[in-house]
Design a protein around this ligand. Sequence first.
Ligand SMILES: C[S@@+](CC[C@H](N)C(=O)[O-])C[C@H]1O[C@@H](n2cnc3c(N)ncnc32)[C@H](O)[C@@H]1O
Length: 283
Amino acid sequence: MENWTADIEFERIGPLMRLVKKFIFNPLANHLPAQWWRTWLREGQSELALANWNDPGGWRSMVISYEGNPEKTWDRMLVKGGTVPMALRNRRRLTARLCARLIDQAGHDPAHAMCLGAGPGLTIMDAMQAAKKNSFATLVDISSDAFDYGQAEAKRRGLADRVKYIQADVRDVKQMLDRPVDLVELIGICEYLDDEHIVSIVQALGTMMDPGTAVVFNSISDRHGTDRFFRNVFGLHMHHRSPEQIEALLKPAGFGEFRHFPEPLGVYTVVVGTKSAARKGIA
Ligand SMILES: C[S@@+](CC[C@H](N)C(=O)[O-])C[C@H]1O[C@@H](n2cnc3c(N)ncnc32)[C@H](O)[C@@H]1O
């Protein structure tokens, strides 16, 4: 599995820019009054700021960062040069590659991927296109806001008849399945959930996933150095956890054999876990 990701072209930050960020940009971002930042971003019509103010940690801000090519000056600086948006694009590449390989290894044909907190489902669509094997995806999100965007994107990529959107809370995941699942993707969601919420999701997954199937999730570390800015300016309250801390929440539900795939900026680690035989059918 380790060589699955060896040839991915990641975005990186050189040693000099790391120092400039650490000693100049990050302190300015974190310690200039939040009210100043909000005024500048509002007057500069920042779409990234507006997306976060409307829906902190929502799908729209993620898509702006993934696309990486916004129009407004502030957005260009934040999205192209910000450590977190760069790390998000690295996470997208990692997730797509790992999910594509897991689709290729799946026991069913077509393979079935379920994406929880999916937003429009861009990462799983990337994976479906990169995979050699045919696949189908069920995309679950509590908000249906992203579904029109996602369906248009699926159509553009020729995937319209291979994705199904469901508006629901991921904790009700068990009722949503109409076919066995080979792979569950939980990307970009654990950092917005408390431990109890994650446990309730993985308990539901533990009872419905077959032994040997895979779960793909991510951790986020505070190495980006701008948590104070995100909290005070964007209203984003992220839970920074190590991969091991999230794994400890998954293990009681029967998941193990965790493999870590850190992106090179040290912000996100994508983790692949496997459902073990022992706990199928608990609860
Ligand atoms: C940051 S976005 C990530 C989107 C996508 N996974 C990606 O990586 O691009 C988080 C998504 O999780 C959804 N979400 C948050 N809590 C949820 C819940 N309890 N059930 C279903 N979706 C949820 C939000 O609506 C949002 O679309």
